[in-house]
Ligand binder design. Structure first.
Ligand code: SF4
Length: 192
């Protein structure tokens, strides 16, 4: 195993045994991340849902399928081409929003993943992930359509905020077109 993979595996093992916040007792699995750790693109969402908690993988439910379809159609990429993870690694009960202290204590893992993977761009999905990555209080409707320069740990990168696919599933039409446009924005940034 190469150095990057072994360091990511070590971080993943630390997350798997983490009991640092109140989400630990109710999780089935810690959902660390998935995909290509050599990719220039990271996709970051909020927290695992029911299906992700059961399978231990991010974005495997309905919204994950929509996300995968949009990334394939607009960028021509599949999960083996990008790395995907959530801000929070354990499922909040009843899919409630993560609480600020949970985000604060779990942040070490997503920051560790970013520092190891060193992506050129992050596509953030929805209000919560966009605010957490950008350390902003602005809502997603104000954040999207912009590209942000950000330094996270030792990594200088671009952040492209877009909707969470679960919102697009509910809202349909216009939101879907806007999310497609955001994905194309990320594609251009990466020179694809
Ligand atoms: S959500 Fe994060 S901080 Fe909380 S128990 Fe899970 S891995 Fe640890």
């Amino acid at each position: 195993m190469d150095k990057l993979s072994s360091e990511l595996t070590l971080l993943s093992e630390q997350a798997s045994s983490c009991t640092a916040c109140r989400l630990a007792p109710t999780r089935k699995n810690v959902v660390f991340g998935d995909g290509n750790c050599l990719s220039d693109l990271m996709v970051i969402g909020e927290a695992p849902g029911r299906e992700e908690d059961i399978q231990g993988l991010p974005f495997v439910g309905r919204s994950g399928k929509l996300l995968g379809r949009l990334l394939l159609e607009e960028m021509g990429i599949t999960r083996k081409d990008y790395y995907i993870a959530n801000i929070i690694k354990c499922r909040p009960p009843e899919n409630r929003n993560p609480l600020p202290d949970e985000v604060a204590v779990c942040r070490q893992f997503i920051e560790g993943q970013i520092s190891l993977i060193q992506p050129k761009a992050i596509l953030t999905l929805g209000n919560f992930a966009s605010q957490a990555v950008l350390e902003s209080k602005e809502g997603i409707t104000k954040l999207r359509e912009h590209v942000f320069d950000k330094v996270i740990g030792n990594v200088s990168l671009k952040v492209v905020p877009t909707y969470h696919p679960s919102y697009v599933l509910r809202a349909g039409g216009m939101a879907m077109a806007e999310m497609r446009a955001d994905i194309v924005r990320a594609k251009k940034l990466l020179g694809q």
